[in-house]
Write a protein of this length. Structure first.
Length: 623
């Protein structure tokens, strides 16, 4: 006994599991080694066997777990029928899976249900699950001596019956005396979600090559909800296989530099960076920190070169995922887009370009996304959340539009009037650039403000296209005209009239530039991009200017069925300094105009401290 009690004093591991009920009675649950880990769920084979016996069609059942390339392990059922006259074995197998899903949960549904005439048993009647597992794994040389079984011939019979029930094209189980071919060995080079590789579009190449992490928080995540999410991710991957792909240097670059393509991810890659990872924590952490996010919550490391597409279509992807969660049996016709529609849209972008190129209406600047930690603490990027008053944004917008109306000598077209997004971009750009003046030496001169404009309509792209449809619209300080000061009704006396006028001049300039985003201009810049020998030579001033992108009207607060509705959305990013996101509203179904403008802004620490003390910016945050 000294051997048994040496490691854990006064404890002996029997290998059996039990639980104690409220009255103090112990209930033996079974062997702990009869537990299968399926996508993080630790499932008792005894519980599943018991449920299958309650199904009513089976006289004997054995459940074994084998290694699976996607879920870690997978459940496989060997069952003997009470009525051997049953003909439709496939239908019975589906019925058994459905029953397990209803009784235990969808996470416990077996991958395969095999109907066999008998199970391998010892002469004492014990089922030899080890043999069943080895049969499935093809370990023909490790079955051991089967002559001592109650029915030695049962092993060959089971292999024949499994091969008969295996679908065409699937792996066939070999007899013990049949050599296993190398083609049947587990391969990590093929892709479970294969698709023809394709180059990123010209619009896709405008985006900076970096990961942007977003966080969705739910009120409470039940096992049922997590399982529904898991199944929905599988369906999403099956219907849109390109979402599982990797963005890598193109094999079809035609001699051009910095051309990227999307190609199928190998099985090994998807195992290392799966589409969904489930982890459990004893405490609920605040993951959307202001300063940065913890690596343990990220599906892929920051510096991982492969990336999943796309950035601007995230809301469409999440909308589709939520549809799968709410309606697991949803048909492709009911979805807002399809794999075929995405292919058609990508080809349309190629065909849409004009015969002659046009110059970009933004200043091309070499990309600067240095991930190293700066030695100067003031240069360290930080992320902060701000909330702007809807009343004051409306006040500033009204002031700008009065200037536009006075200059047009009449009622201007609606498209010429500034929007709330123009005002926010101008405000953030002006105050952000001012805060960076003495802190950031490498900012572009003269200062500029960039707004990310959605050009789906001008490019004749469908509204639910998942690829990038954003282009840069730029206003530089040296091109701003002086606006004629008007009565500052509603503005406090301590605000600088010059600063208010400067913000208005930026907003008006942005609106004028957006108005010039014609179909012919976009066709021309698509030709310009296609003529470039280096597809990284036309980036806007990422990291060196203030860039604002609005997510306000995107539906991120969706209903995910069993997971519930999204309660919080966040982008705690610090990689692109000068980047500001206008966050989505919580409810698109109510009066959006009354909901505040929430921002997530990234600046150098020293510049952020200056911004938080800026008189105009702080005034815009108070009601």
């Amino acid at each position: 006994m000294k051997t048994y009690f040496k490691e854990h004093k006064e404890c002996f591991m029997t290998g059996d599991s039990a639980c104690r009920d409220q009255e103090g009675y112990y209930r033996i649950l079974g062997r702990v080694d009869d537990v299968v880990n399926v996508s993080g769920h630790r499932l008792s084979t005894a519980e599943i066997e018991s449920a299958l016996l309650d199904h009513g069609a089976f006289s004997e059942v054995a459940v074994v777990g084998v290694e699976d390339q996607l879920t870690g392990q997978a459940l496989n059922v060997f069952s003997c029928l009470k009525n051997q006259a049953v003909v439709d074995k496939k239908k019975l197998g589906s019925s058994a899976k459905q029953y397990i899903g209803e009784v235990i949960g969808r996470f416990a549904v077996p991958k395969k249900v095999f109907l066999v005439s008998d199970l391998p048993k010892t002469r004492s009647g014990k089922i030899m699950r080890r043999l069943l597992r080895k049969i499935l794994e093809g370990e023909r040389d490790q079955l051991g001596d089967t002559s001592t079984l109650l029915q030695p011939a049962v092993v060959s019979n089971i292999i024949d019956e499994i091969n008969e029930q295996t679908q065409s094209g699937s792996e066939v189980i070999n007899h013990p005396d049949t050599a296993r071919s190398s083609d049947e060995s587990n391969s990590f080079t093929h892709s479970p979600y294969s698709f023809p590789e394709y180059n990123l579009t010209s619009l896709d190449h405008i985006l900076p090559p970096c990961h942007i992490f977003m966080f969705l928080s739910f009120e409470e995540a039940s096992m049922e909800g997590i399982d529904a999410l898991r199944q929905s991710v599988i369906r999403l991957s099956e219907h849109f296989p390109f979402l599982t792909g990797m963005v890598v240097p193109s094999s079809q670059s035609l001699g051009k530099a910095e051309v990227f393509e999307v190609k199928s991810a190998s099985l090994a890659f998807l195992q290392k960076y799966p589409m969904l990872q489930v982890a459990f924590s004893p405490e609920m952490d605040k993951i959307a920190q202001d300063d940065f996010i913890q690596q343990k919550y990220l599906p892929i490391p920051f510096l991982s070169p492969p990336s999943r597409a796309y950035a601007s279509g995230v809301s469409v992807v999440l909308k589709t995922l939520s549809e799968f969660c709410r309606a697991p049996e949803a048909t492709l016709d009911s979805l807002s887009t399809s794999d075929a529609a995405e292919k058609t849209a990508r080809q349309h972008i190629i065909d849409f370009r004009a015969k002659e190129p046009l110059p970009f209406k933004w200043t091309s600047v070499p990309l600067s996304l240095d991930a190293t930690t700066p030695e100067d603490h003031a240069q360290e990027p930080v992320s902060r959340h701000f909330s702007l008053s809807t009343h004051k944004v409306a006040l500033l917008k009204d002031y700008c539009n009065k200037i536009i109306t006075s200059e047009s000598h009449g009622d201007p077209e609606k498209s010429r009037l500034c929007t709330s997004n123009d005002i926010i971009t101008a405000l953030v750009g002006f105050c952000g650039n001012k805060a960076r003046q003495e802190i950031v030496p490498e900012t572009v001169s003269p200062p500029r403000v960039i707004i990310a404009a959605n050009v789906r309509k001008q490019c004749r792209l469908p509204p639910n296209y998942m690829g990038n449809a954003l282009v840069a619209v730029e206003a530089t300080y040296d091109s701003l005209r002086q606006v004629h000061g008007m009565s500052h009704l509603g503005f406090p006396a301590n605000l600088s009239q010059n600063e208010v006028d400067h913000v208005c001049s930026i907003a008006i300039a942005l609106r004028e530039q957006i108005g010039q985003l014609s179909e012919s201009y976009l066709q021309g810049i698509l030709h310009n991009i296609s003529d470039r020998n280096n597809l990284s030579s036309f980036y806007p001033a990422y990291g060196r200017s203030i860039i604002v992108s609005s997510l306000r009207w995107m539906d991120f607060y969706s209903d995910f069925g069993p997971m519930g509705r999204v309660q919080k959305y966040g982008i705690p990013e610090t990689k692109v300094k000068g980047m500001c996101w206008v966050l989505p509203v919580r409810d698109l179904g109510v009066d959006v105009a009354s909901q505040p403008f929430d921002l997530r802004f990234v600046l150098e620490r020293g510049a952020m401290e200056c911004l938080q003390q800026d008189g105009l910016f702080t005034w815009m945050m108070t009601e």
